[in-house]
Design a protein around this ligand. Structure first.
Ligand SMILES: [Zn+2]
Length: 275
C-alpha cells in the first residue's frame, strides 16, 4: 500500500514548464483556463483519448494482445506519448507534465475512494487506480531517469520497483515499435479511412472553457493526425465530444464513435489540485 500523499506531482514540474501555447493569447469569450487547470484537464483528456485510440487500433486492425487489454491500452498510451516528443533522450516537458497530470488523477481517485471507504474494484478489467498511477510514473521515470530523478521518491515508489523502470519502459517501447512495424502504415499505402472529429455544444461554462483551450492547442486534431500518419484504418469513425449522462471516455465500435463525455471534462476540472 502506498503512503497517502496530499501533494501532486504536477506542481513541481509546472514551475519548469515553458509552455507559451498554454499561457498566452487566448481568444475572446469564454475566460481562458489558468495554466495549472489547463495542464491537468488537457493532460488527462489527452491520455484518455490516446488510451481509447489504442483500443480502436487494437480492435480495428485485430492486433493480438497477450493478457488483459486495459493495461495494454495504458502502456500504449503512456509509451506513445513519451515517444511522441522524445528528442535527444529527454521527454518533452509538456508531454511529461501532461502524463504526470494523468498519473495525479489516478492517485486522486484512489485517495478519494479510500477516504470515503468506497469498495476496491479488484475484479475490474482495469488495474486499480493506484496501480495505474505507479505504471505511468514508472514508464516516465524509466524513459528519462535524469529529468525525473526525484519522481519515484515524490510518488512514494519503492526503490525496488524504480530500479526496474528503465527496463519496463524499454520493453513497452519495443512493443510499440513492433506494433508500428507490423500494423503501421507502409510505403505506398493509400490514405485509409477518415477519423472525423466532432464537438457537440458544450453544456456548461466549464466545458466551454476547456473545449476552447483544447481547440486552441489542437489537442484532438494533433493526435488524430498522428494516428492517420501511423496507421491505415479500414473503416471510418468519429471522435466526438458530447454530453453522455456519465463521466467517461469510450471507444464504441458498434457506433463507430470514440466518445469523450462533457461530464468527464467537468469532473476533471473539479478534480484539479489547487494551490
Ligand atoms: Zn480502456
Amino acid at each position: 500500500m502506498a503512503p497517502a500523499r496530499a501533494s501532486s506531482l504536477t506542481g513541481g514540474l509546472l514551475a519548469l514548464l515553458l509552455a507559451p501555447g498554454l499561457a498566452a493569447g487566448a481568444q475572446a469569450a469564454p475566460e481562458p483556463l489558468d495554466e495549472r487547470t489547463a495542464v491537468f484537464v488537457l493532460g488527462n483528456l489527452q491520455f484518455l483519448l490516446v488510451h481509447e485510440l489504442a483500443h480502436l487500433v487494437i480492435g480495428e486492425l485485430e492486433v493480438p494482445v497477450l493478457g488483459p487489454e486495459e493495461p495494454a491500452a495504458d502502456y500504449i498510451a503512456a509509451g506513445a506519448l513519451i515517444r511522441a516528443d522524445r528528442r535527444a533522450g529527454n521527454v518533452d516537458r509538456r508531454d511529461g507534465a501532461y502524463l504526470l497530470a494523468a498519473a495525479d488523477a489516478q492517485q486522486l481517485s484512489w485517495q478519494r475512494g479510500s477516504a470515503r471507504g468506497a469498495p476496491v474494484p479488484y475484479w475490474d478489467a482495469h488495474a486499480l487506480t493506484i496501480q495505474r498511477f505507479f505504471q505511468i510514473v514508472c514508464l516516465l521515470y524509466g524513459a528519462d531517469p535524469v529529468t525525473y530523478a526525484d519522481l519515484p521518491v515524490r510518488a512514494g515508489m519503492p526503490a525496488t520497483r524504480a530500479a526496474g523502470c528503465a527496463a519496463e519502459f524499454a520493453r513497452a517501447d519495443r512493443a510499440i515499435s513492433w506494433l508500428l512495424a507490423t500494423y503501421g502504415r507502409r510505403p505506398g499505402d493509400g490514405p485509409g479511412a477518415v477519423l472525423d472529429i466532432r464537438y457537440e455544444a458544450p453544456p456548461t461554462l466549464t466545458s466551454r472553457r476547456v473545449v476552447a483551450e483544447m481547440q486552441r492547442v489542437g489537442l484532438i486534431e494533433t493526435i488524430v493526425a498522428r494516428i492517420g500518419e501511423r496507421f491505415r484504418l479500414p473503416r471510418p469513425a468519429t471522435v466526438v465530444m458530447r454530453r453522455c449522462g456519465q463521466a467517461e471516455a469510450a471507444w464504441q465500435p458498434a457506433q463507430r464513435e470514440l466518445v469523450l463525455c462533457y461530464e468527464l471534462v467537468d469532473l476533471l476540472y473539479r478534480m484539479t489540485p489547487r494551490g
